[in-house]
Design a protein around this ligand. Sequence first.
Ligand code: 5GP
Length: 192
Amino acid sequence: MKLLEDRIVKDGIVSAGNVLKVDCFLNHQIDVAFINELGKEFYRLFKDAGVNKILTIEASGIGIACLAAQHFNVPVVFAKKSKSKNIAGDVYVSKVTSFTHGTTHDVIVSKKFLNENDRVLILDDFLARGQALLGLIDLVEAAGAKVVGAGIVIEKSWQEGAALIREKGVRLESLARVESMDVETGVKFVKD
Ligand code: 5GP
């Protein structure tokens, strides 16, 4: 998506540890009108998939999911990162290792908000090693619901996540695909 690529070139900062910072429009300050354009694009891509629920993970996925959900007219459920050691049986649980923090934690969704009739679109900000998305897919499968697709704002295509998700047979749509990035030379995108 050209609009997004241009914004990444303008405002993205390549940081140490393979991290692209887009804090000024996505991960800290949110440019609502701009993220709404991304929401429209997710709708264009998935409008025929019979989506009745959008699932994401706190925190950065929530804004994207809500702006997209307005176009689908469906609710958003966000998986919570749980710190509790004693998780009660009324939640689905999966484990996710954070790419940016390196820590592993349980992520949970209440059984009230996912069930076998759901057709779920999973949305998130970044795809790197695929751990967040795989954890969310696990939660949907635990509920007996169907993953109809996964939408990512920025895929870092040289990392293994995209291949892992496609191997699972999940339709993956990434609005920007970064081929490589470097502190000196900046960001290069995959050419379609
Ligand atoms: P994965 O689980 O695919 O390895 O990483 C995805 C998660 O890590 C995303 O939810 C996102 O929060 C975070 N993440 C991964 N790579 C980046 C990055 O380059 N920049 C930022 N801001 N977050 C990232």
